[in-house]
Design a protein around this ligand. Structure first.
Ligand code: ADP
Ligand code: MG
Length: 257
């Protein structure tokens, strides 16, 4: 059975896309078949995985507006074991195009249903908003993984995000779970990062991944080469931590079964 994980947090710059890219790639390096779906019009996951997002024939926008089937939108074997459903700036018009359309919350779910058996993991990168695209990701997903940046306002907006997930559970996708939270951009040189981790642990009643992603310049550099961290610099602390996170995701999945 495949597992579909949406990476969501309506705050921008918390490490969603970095986590989506590198979790996808590290899962693939463990031999898992992965489909990475980019639902952010910025298309940074697509380019970070090496897809030329403005050159592909069809993308997530075409899928959303019914201009293409999912099979036509998927770029195969971008990396060994890893396929990508890219997006680009066109996707920013999707919200408007969907006004008044029936069942618009389920467009991605219904398309992904046709191909999910080809994959062990489907990883969905969400835009930084609680928008129709994020709702589509949440109706498609089995679980939501929430990256939390180790900074002072870490908890801000989290209750709104959890409320949104609960509404989706109640009304649209009863089997949706919160996969857990992952701390990102941890800076061991400052007390602040440590305090944020302690504070979130005390105040949040959610699974927290043991793996903490450090602040690592190699993680910020890798996307400009169109490479995930485990290919760009496999010995970096960033690569090591995303490999550990992938392992934890795999083990947690097996426990849940
Ligand atoms: P989001 O998708 O939530 O907006 P990103 O993953 O794009 O966040 O990250 C925001 C910025 O921070 C990007 O420039 C990214 O390269 C950088 N970044 C993300 N995670 C790390 C990290 N662990 N160490 C250093 N830079 C990071
Ligand atoms: Mg992003």
């Amino acid at each position: 059975m495949s597992r579909i994980i949406a990476i969501a947090n309506q705050k921008g710059g918390v490490g969603k896309t970095t986590t989506a890219i590198n979790l996808s790639s590290c899962l693939a390096s463990f031999g898992k078949k992965v489909l990475s779906i980019d639902l952010d019009p910025q298309g940074n996951m697509s380019s970070g995985l090496g897809v030329d997002k403005d050159e592909v024939e069809y993308n997530a926008y075409d899928l959303i507006i019914g201009n293409a089937k999912i099979e036509d939108c998927i770029c195969k074997n971008v990396i060994e074991n890893l396929d990508v459903l890219p997006s680009n700036i066109n996707l920013s018009a999707a919200e408007i195009e969907l006004i008044g359309v029936d069942n618009k919350e389920f467009i991605i779910r219904d398309e992904v249903a046709r191909v999910r058996d080809n994959y062990d993991y489907v990883i969905i990168d969400c835009p930084p908003a609680l928008s129709m695209l994020t709702i589509n990701a949440m109706t498609t997903a089995d679980s939501v993984l929430v990256p939390i940046q180790c900074e002072y306002y870490a908890l801000e907006g989290l209750s709104q995000l959890i409320h949104t997930i609960e509404l989706v559970q109640e009304r649209l996708n009863p089997s949706l779970k919160i996969e857990g939270v992952v701390f990102t951009m941890y800076d061991a040189r400052t007390n602040l990062s440590l305090q944020v981790v302690e504070n979130v642990k005390d105040n949040l009643d959610q699974t927290i991944y043991k793996t903490i992603i450090p602040r690592n310049i190699r993680l910020a550099e890798a996307p400009s080469y169109g490479m995930p961290i485990n290919l760009y610099d496999p010995k970096s602390t960033g690569a090591e931590s995303y490999m550990l996170l992938a392992e934890e995701v795999i083990n947690k999945g097996e426990e849940d079964d």
